[in-house]
Design a protein around this ligand. Sequence first.
Ligand SMILES: [Zn+2]
Length: 336
Amino acid sequence: MRRPDAQTMFLWAVLGGGALFLGYLTLFHHPGHAGNQATRVASRKSPVQGRRSFGYLEAVCALGPRFSGSEGMRRQQTLLSEHFEQLGGRVRKQTFTARHPLDGTPVEMSNLIVEFHPDRAKRILLCAHYDTRPFPDRDPRRPRGRFIGANDGGSGVAVLMELAHHLGSLDRGFGVDLVFFDGEELVYDDRQGTYFLGSEHFAREYVANPPPYRYEAAVLLDMVGDAQLQLYQERNSLSWPDSRPIVDEVWGTAKRMGVIEFIARPKHEIRDDHLPLHEIGRIPAIDIIDFDYPRSSAVSYWHTEADVPAKCSGDSLFKVGAVVLEWLRTTKLGTP
Ligand SMILES: [Zn+2]
């Protein structure tokens, strides 16, 4: 995922006065991290397992770097295919070729699509990118070091692996597809990279060759494992009239469950895989993302070698999984 573009940053500079005021509100209304209490509240209602979710995060990270076209990515595809088939999902790969950003050579990419209840014509899309950035290029010491992408690349995958345990028994009017996007960030330089190759390909295929089903909603999970979890509402998701009801439902679900890490206020505007889904695929789409993963000059885990499982927690993965599952069980979207 990438930061807001310069134009947006300028707009926010102009609106600085308002931002300062919001900052003031944030200071006095921040809910803090009463994590354990919220876990107890939510766990009474949810079969989602935090410890197992964290085990999945560790297993995926143990494969090493998983950038597009790498050996780690191939091993991850095998691991995920076996995992989801065991849990009753129907797995297929959507393969395409992209040009390598450095030398133009072809890179084979695959989105992985896992269907639960494929017979149902109304569907909900839960997705995450599963490639990792090739290098930790924001690392102050070793920008050409080893990037594991625990939060950025691993956390969304881990939550979806856990949710798969609970989707076969989901008795709603819609089916669920889990989609793992390749090529989200085969990017070597922030200033000139092409992002979202997998989600863009997926959205173009959905429009060019319409399947016999429709996606009622898409929920993207990105950077949802930070041990200090703070999930503000993402501004693009809120700005789209067809997508805003999903934001309201998801954050409303979290509130009912007492999961205070879902903070029902906008903060960041993020360009992420939900953009192609919405702009090209015309699918109502939201991004659940914690963009407050430490990234100051003094302490930064984002796109650095410090993005490792120890900076994440099973508690955070549990909370996101529990809220999303409860949302699936109660949403009014996609129901007759
Ligand atoms: Zn990233």
